[in-house]
Design a protein around this ligand. Structure first.
Ligand SMILES: Nc1ncnc2c1ncn2[C@@H]1O[C@H](COP(=O)(O)OP(=O)(O)OP(=O)(O)O)[C@@H](O)[C@H]1O
Length: 295
């Protein structure tokens, strides 16, 4: 595995960019984000001084064991939770509350109101946001078509499979044209085959549309398949262990030796004694805080 300096530009290119190439401004920046929850008389620290940058078009994955604060970070980007210290910036502006520029897709697809048809479900947040009915209708049909559900526009959610509900949730989110799509283990409740198909469809949709997403998972394989960059978080409270460039992996490579080796390397970084081979920045305490590695 090669070690190279932290460069998001590399994610989009198989060749390292010249070190002097200027980086674009990040779409989303997390700066030393620590988040505490009030708990009884004290507090619980969910994440500790987590920093990362997400660039336009990234499929950025937060990966770590249960309880490391992945969902908390996603909620903070969504504006539902405020950092105790540090900050989150979207296009250079501090995130202080939820907004239509950040839409979350959860794994609980029963978030689709059952009394509304598929089309009405997709239209609902658009109408609530002030979009005119005709345009909301057109946008809903456009995105339902993109996820292969145009034929089911007038169906009710309870008549759909889990995978189809997942697609409706994705269509509904993308119809809002957010700056960044926030996905919290969106396929975790699906059976293995459907999950795999959804990963494939998400990849195809990303290739076609080119949106930016922040994706939370605790599955190493899913992270490698879905992401072009993966932030590894330590067990509770979550700190940055390393950042992995995973753009060369996808479903097509999931059985390959390189994929398996990358998965094992990530596993060791997350759970074993393996230390990132060479830190490229240091924490204030002088400990390795994060490295960029190529999986
Ligand atoms: N509302 C809350 N009040 C108090 N503590 C909370 C709250 N939400 C989360 N926590 C705590 O914060 C820590 C991080 O939780 P979080 O759900 O973000 O982790 P996670 O990495 O997403 O876990 P999982 O993969 O199991 O969903 C955990 O210790 C959890 O118990």
């Amino acid at each position: 595995m090669n070690i190279f300096p932290f460069q998001a530009a590399l994610a989009a290119s198989p060749l390292p960019a010249p070190l002097s190439a200027p980086l674009p401004a990040p779409l989303l920046r997390a700066q030393d984000v620590s988040i505490d929850y009030a708990s009884g008389a004290g507090s619980v620290r969910a994440t500790h001084q987590v920093s990362f940058d997400v660039y336009e078009g990234d499929r950025f994955v937060l990966l770590g064991p249960s309880g490391c604060g992945k969902s908390t970070l996603l909620k903070a980007v969504g504006g539902f939770v405020q950092p105790t210290s540090g900050g989150l910036l979207l296009r250079g502006r501090r995130i202080v509350k939820p907004g239509p520029d950040r839409i979350v897709v959860f794994q609980e697809f029963d978030q689709l109101p059952p009394w509304k048809t598929v089309r009405q479900n997709v239209m609902f947040p658009l109408l609530a946001g002030g979009v005119k009915k005709k345009e909301a209708q057109a946008r809903a049909l456009h995105w339902l078509d993109k996820v292969g559900l145009a034929r089911f526009a007038d169906a009710y959610p309870h008549t759909l499979s889990g995978g189809m509900k997942a697609r409706v949730a994705i269509a509904r989110a993308l119809a809002m044209q957010p700056d960044i799509l926030l996905m919290d283990e969106p396929f975790a409740a699906l059976d293995a085959l459907t999950r795999r198909r959804m990963q494939e469809e998400l990849q195809a949709l990303w290739e076609e549309v080119g949106f930016t997403m922040l994706f939370v998972t605790h599955s190493i394989e899913e992270a490698l398949v879905v992401g072009n960059r993966i932030l590894l978080l330590s067990p509770h409270p979550g700190r940055v262990r390393a950042e992995i460039d995973s753009h060369r992996f996808g479903l097509a490579s999931s059985g390959s030796e390189a994929f398996q080796a990358a998965a094992q390397r990530i596993h060791r970084l997350l759970f074993g004694d393996a230390q990132p081979a060479a830190p490229d920045r240091e924490s204030a305490a002088g400990e390795p805080a994060a490295v960029a590695v190529q999986a």
